[in-house]
Design a protein around this ligand. Structure first.
Ligand SMILES: [Zn+2]
Length: 343
């Protein structure tokens, strides 16, 4: 970046980079890091060094380098404000907007209640009005969240793919599109009223779409394998997918040392098109690529742990209480599914 601004002399670069911080120890550390980075870039042909001046070596190499080391974006927070106010009252995680902060929804902050009036998708703003509700008369835990349609996943070019017996895993640039299906609109007199967006005259509201882009994997289950495994519990497939995702992510944390917080997961439970998407939080980081490469190993170690634990529905020694997610013999169904996939 400094080069783009015309700072090319190594001494100038060093002082620009290191002197921003006043304490000597940190400066020394940063100097070391800078030397290492520049050495790496020169040995890879991305930069050149002549008479102590750095310059771009090869634009092709630079582009390749930038493509593989995408800068990670922080997911934007949406600001919540009243129409007349300049400043935000509080902020909401972008991921929660679809479930909690659409027009009609009730938000709580600092013990005050806010009704969402409109949202501005482009500016990432949520306009609210204060609702005067008696704090003691309202049970906060009863706040209802919106429901969403099963998300749509699509891959960019250069997608990698592996197929197991009854499962396909794709990995690459992933786009996840989510839409609300039911909005829980709050009114102090009537309470929560679910508005069904499949209803035609409310189609306007269904323009609210939330798109996420990252690198990820999608595990899809063709050939109605879930129907084979779950039989007459097939209507519970959403919870079964959640169970698989939960167990898999726990194993990812244990075996690959990737924190759950680094990943996002999403489920599609359309009949015959069931899928689990796992993708990197806030842009490509290489985590889901790592899962893709180790998936078979992960599934086998899940199988081993389930088989070698004496419990019936999951316990602290294996994967926790699995009945909380899927109430009907979770362990039995997981084993049945794993045997079909891995055999
Ligand atoms: Zn157990």
């Amino acid at each position: 970046m400094a080069i783009a601004y015309g700072v090319t002399h190594l001494d100038d670069l060093t002082s620009l980079y290191c002197n921003a911080i006043s304490d000597q120890i940190t400066q020394d550390k940063m100097y070391k890091i800078l030397r290492q980075a520049i050495t790496f870039l020169i040995t890879n042909g991305i930069l050149t060094l002549t008479e102590n001046c750095v310059n771009i070596g090869s634009y092709v190499e630079l582009e390749l380098f930038l493509r593989n080391y995408s800068l990670r974006a922080i997911p934007p927070k949406w600001s919540v404000k009243q129409q007349q106010d300049k400043n935000a009252i509080f902020t909401i995680d972008a991921r929660k907007v679809l479930r909690e902060a659409l027009p009609g929804n009730l938000l709580i902050n600092d013990g005050r209640f806010w009704s969402v009036k409109t949202i501005d998708q482009r500016r990432k703003k949520i306009i609210v009005e204060e609702l005067l509700i008696q704090k003691n008369s309202f049970d906060v835990s009863k706040i209802e969240k919106n429901k969403c349609f099963s998300p749509e996943f699509s891959f960019g070019r250069f997608t990698q793919e592996v197929s197991f017996q009854k499962m396909t895993i794709q990995c690459g640039d992933l786009q996840i599109v989510q839409k609300p299906s039911v909005i829980n609109s709050y009114n102090p007199v009537t309470g929560f009223l679910p508005i069904d967006l499949k209803n035609d005259h409310l189609k306007v509201s269904s323009d609210i779409v939330f798109t996420e882009n990252s690198t990820g994997i999608v595990i899809s289950f063709p050939e109605n394998i879930l129907q084979d495994v779950l039989k007459h519990f097939y209507f519970e497939r959403f919870h079964f997918l959640r169970l698989i995702a939960k167990v898999l992510l726990l194993e990812v944390t244990r075996e690959l040392n990737i924190s759950n917080k680094e990943l996002v997961n999403s489920l599609s439970w359309k009949k015959g098109n069931e899928a689990i998407a796992i993708y990197d939080l806030a842009g490509p980081s290489g985590n889901s690529q790592k899962i893709f490469l180790h998936l078979e190993l992960l599934l086998r170690s899940i199988l081993n742990k389930l088989v070698s634990c004496d419990c019936s529905v999951g316990c602290g020694a294996c994967f926790g209480d699995l009945a909380k997610i899927f109430q009907y013999n979770p362990k039995t169904f997981l084993l049945k599914w794993l045997e079909k996939v891995l055999n």
